[in-house]
Design a protein around this ligand. Structure first.
Ligand code: SF4
Length: 369
């Protein structure tokens, strides 16, 4: 984490958590009474998005700590729960939706492990399974080298039996987690892509081979694993590339330890396109056969999606028939023509994921619907 400017909210108490993060970052913190100072610093920069990636604001989450994932009703969604622990990212993927999502984008760390614990304790008391992730508005593990948060979460989730924590990343920052007593309630998950796409579109992220070696280390430490092919990008030779990545996953880790693999082709809100064109002049990711989807995002023309999905799913099933594979935000036809089934009913995909979670993790089967 290369932070050049560090702001801290005056209302944050100086405790072990805050002292830890400050001790790991070079710049002296500037105490602010209002987030306006942070916003102005970012907005006045020549490249606000790049500046935001080097400016950390330690503050408190004043909204909901735990919330449902905002999937769209037009596509099958997986009933995921988001733990809102921070925003934005220090890595720089051309396609990152967060560039267009926050105005301005701000790299925020939400201090307050006590508050987080209280919110989680309420969820731990419920009689149902929750799949909870921190990787929706940030990368879950960019924080590991500088904060106590990932360790705290793994420890906290280890002592209950109805919630799975998924830490999703493109980094290899897992060292402080390896020795923890996780009770198999934390899934370490990697977003994966072809080496070509990682090189051209995922600036600052770990290479594919480094990610897979980290997954191997996590497996040796007893963690359940997950992999997310998102976004799958269509380019000449992509099918060969993605099939190679699939084979590589299975030469590194045992399919029995994989809780799920998700696949989703590249899709984007139209307002992301000018940002990509301006910030990533060599990127061709937005140019292809796209059509607007039901959620107003641009998606590859369906026959293109279908073809790459069919190739990828059949390769996964050939090597590891029991690994649960699902699509992120896809429709009936894609499911039906690729998987031969469609999770039609409300909550059906969520139930299937819960079952896979219960099979691989330390969750109690009695919470299954
Ligand atoms: S790693 Fe994820 S959050 Fe970070 S820039 Fe890339 S897409 Fe965005």
């Amino acid at each position: 984490m290369k932070i050049e400017t560090l702001f801290i909210d005056r209302s944050i108490p100086r405790d072990e958590e805050v002292d830890y993060i400050l001790s790991r970052l070079a710049p002296a913190p500037q105490t602010v009474d209002s987030s306006r100072v942070v916003y102005d610093h970012i907005n006045q920069a020549a490249d606000p998005i790049l500046t935001a990636k080097k400016t950390l604001y330690i503050t408190r989450n004043r909204g909901a700590v735990i919330k449902e994932c905002p999937g769209t009703c037009e596509y099958t969604c997986c009933d995921y729960t988001i733990l809102h622990s921070g925003t934005f990212c220090t890595m720089d993927c051309s396609y990152c939706i967060l560039q267009a999502y926050f105005h301005p984008p701000v790299l925020r760390y939400f201090a307050g492990l006590d508050m987080l614990k209280q919110a989680l304790d309420r969820v731990f008391k419920q009689e149902k399974i929750f799949r909870i992730g921190t990787g929706e508005y940030t990368d879950s593990l960019i924080w590991e080298p500088v904060s106590l948060l990932p360790r705290f979460l793994v420890d906290t989730f280890s002592g209950q039996d109805n919630c799975l924590l998924e830490l999703k990343t493109k980094t290899v920052h897992i060292d402080s987690l390896l020795g923890l007593d996780h009770n198999r309630n934390t899934v370490l998950a990697w977003s994966v892509n072809t080496p070509e796409i990682i090189r051209s579109e995922e600036k600052g992220t770990a290479s594919l081979s480094a990610r897979l070696k980290a997954a191997q280390k996590a497996e040796a430490a007893g963690y359940p694993l997950a992999f997310h092919f998102d976004p799958v990008v269509i380019y000449p030779g992509c099918e060969t590339g993605y099939l190679r990545v699939i084979r590589s996953i299975f030469t590194h880790v045992n399919p029995e330890n994989i809780v799920w693999i998700s696949i989703g082709t590249f899709r984007f809100m139209p307002k992301l396109k000018p940002i990509i064109e301006q910030r990533f002049r060599d990127s061709t990711i937005c140019y292809g056969e796209f059509i607007p989807g039901l959620d107003n995002k641009m998606r590859y023309f369906k026959p293109l999606r279908l073809s790459i999905y069919q190739a990828m799913v059949s390769e996964i099933k050939r090597i590891a028939p029991d690994v649960f594979v699902y699509f992120c935000m896809e429709d009936r036809e894609i499911w039906q023509k690729t998987m031969n089934f469609f999770p039609e009913n409300d909550g059906e995909l969520g139930c299937l994921l819960d079952k896979s979670a219960a099979r691989h993790c330390g969750l109690n089967n009695r919470y299954l619907k």
